[in-house]
Design a protein around this ligand. Structure first.
Ligand SMILES: Cc1cc2nc3c(=O)[nH]c(=O)nc-3n(C[C@H](O)[C@H](O)[C@H](O)COP(=O)(O)OP(=O)(O)OC[C@H]3O[C@@H](n4cnc5c(N)ncnc54)[C@H](O)[C@@H]3O)c2cc1C
Length: 420
């Protein structure tokens, strides 16, 4: 099909959904994918089980997309998590809900989701050409409209082209940021890129000497602070000390905020604190310790903290080894509990964008119509998925954003192409 109504570039999460919706709306659709297999990133999500969506209420959902989630209101009015759930369930894919609203296929296999999307594309007679990278999107600059695309093998013309080529994170899945160039060729601007959902790097002494390496903390509250000590964001989840810094769910969620803070403030380091025992207040901890004043500090802390961290904190506040709690003077006791409630960390950056799960930054949203996902600058050009300046936490938020922008862009691209 050299003259389809709609061309979708990228057979990933958003592109497959876009193609299906364009097909559902009567368009003849061509999907071009550079890999030989579709949905390579999608099948990595949720630890290979595919975190297909998240059914938390709309406001909570938007809060979990710190990178411009509010832009999605109009899209979600048209296609939201419930529509994603219905989409798969009506096509025979049974889903289950896990913690924090995360939805997975009952099969626990991401391939179930990918196969469903592929079958649905067949149902709408969508032509899929895999293993054929797009090299150029062709524009008629005089009329500011789309002409088609040029691949490594052929030229295809269409009135509508959807850029679903993903971000820059995890390039081995095929998302190498090619689409940004085509967006720029159309006159679009890009916001600055930064890594999100990525481990953080630190020169803290206990990272450098690897004394805490491998220690994981369950359900701790990690805060990112600005230079005045004000909390930018906090997340209560698990975390882990690594040989280069910090990782684990709480850290990954904080990472985009850290990178933005470092960029915007021009500071060299960001300060973080960990509340190591968030479910017991400072006053309550002091009271509990006082009730056990005959015991060694070591034994009191052991109830809550891993041994190495326990030892390090006592050393940091100046408690002699094997001291009984009653032997520790009042100000040191206070320093101890302060440190337990706000254990300080510093970070100087993160692993690179390529190692993150999600790309921060992308095609400027001011230049996209939120109700249709159409370019405001180039007629017939549409966007969906991670290529645009939207990033969420893992947990089904990005996938929902990709499916939803995919469905909406597909529908509107079809209407545009068939009516012009
Ligand atoms: C390991 C991992 C785990 C994740 N877990 C979660 C999670 O649990 N929850 C969550 O919400 N999000 C998660 N994400 C993020 C989520 O998967 C992505 O945000 C989402 O898949 C993006 O969809 P997309 O369609 O924009 O891009 P992609 O799915 O990356 O698709 C883009 C496609 O375009 C193709 N392409 C690129 N350039 C060209 C070209 N020149 N020609 C033709 N085709 C091209 C690529 O090969 C690719 O197939 C995870 C990401 C990773 C890497």
């Amino acid at each position: 099909m050299n003259h389809p109504d709609v061309i979708v570039i990228g057979g990933g999460t958003s592109g497959m959904m876009a193609a299906i919706h364009a097909g559902m709306n009567g368009a003849r659709v061509l999907l071009l994918e550079k890999n030989y297999k579709l949905g390579r990133k999608l099948i990595l999500t949720g630890g290979g089980r595919c975190n297909v969506t998240n059914r938390s209420p709309r406001e909570v959902f938007i809060d979990h997309i710190p990178g411009n989630g509010k832009f999605l209101y109009s899209v979600l009015e048209q296609f939201d998590s419930q529509d994603i759930i219905d989409f798969f369930q009506t096509r025979g894919v049974r889903l289950k809900e896990e913690d924090h609203g995360r939805m997975f296929p009952i099969s626990d296999s991401a391939r179930t989701i990918r196969d469903c999307l592929i079958n649905e594309m067949k149902h709408y007679a969508i032509e899929v050409i895999a293993g054929e990278p797009v090299e150029e999107v062709l524009y008629n600059q005089e009329t500011a409209s789309v002409r088609g695309v040029q691949t490594s093998k052929a030229t295809y013309t269409a009135k509508a082209v959807i850029l679903a080529s993903g971000g820059k994170a995890y390039p081995r899945t095929g998302s190498t940021g090619d689409g940004y160039r085509w967006a720029k060729d159309a006159g679009h601007s890009l916001t600055d890129f930064y890594a999100t959902e990525v481990p953080l790097l630190s020169n803290d002494s206990f990272v450098q000497d690897k004394s805490l390496q491998g220690i994981s903390l369950r359900d701790v509250n990690v805060k990112v602070l600005d230079k005045k000590g004000k909390t930018i964001v906090s997340h209560q989840m698990d975390m882990i000390f690594t040989h280069f810094g910090y990782s684990g769910p709480a850290i990954l969620r904080c990472s985009g905020h850290v990178n933005l803070y470092l960029k915007e403030s021009q500071e060299k380091i960001a300060n973080l604190t960990i509340d190591l025992i968030p479910y017991i207040s400072y006053e309550e901890l002091k009271k509990l310790a006082e009730e056990q004043r005959e015991k060694q500090v070591d034994n009191i802390l052991r109830q809550w903290l891993p041994d190495k961290l326990n030892g390090l904190i006592q050393k940091q506040v100046g408690i002699q080894e094997k001291s009984a709690y009653k032997q520790v003077n009042h100000s040191i006791q206070e320093a101890l509990w302060k440190r337990v409630k706000a254990f300080p960390l510093t970070v100087y950056g993160s692993q690179p964008l390529e190692k993150g799960f999600v790309t921060g930054g992308g095609v400027n949203l001011k230049e996209i119509t939120p109700q249709t996902m159409a370019s405001k600058l180039m007629k017939g050009l549409y966007f969906c998925g991670e290529i645009i300046d939207i990033n969420g936490y893992t947990g089904g938020y990005n996938i929902t954003a990709a499916f939803a922008t995919g469905a909406v862009s597909g529908q509107h691209a079809a209407w545009f192409s068939l009516s012009s």
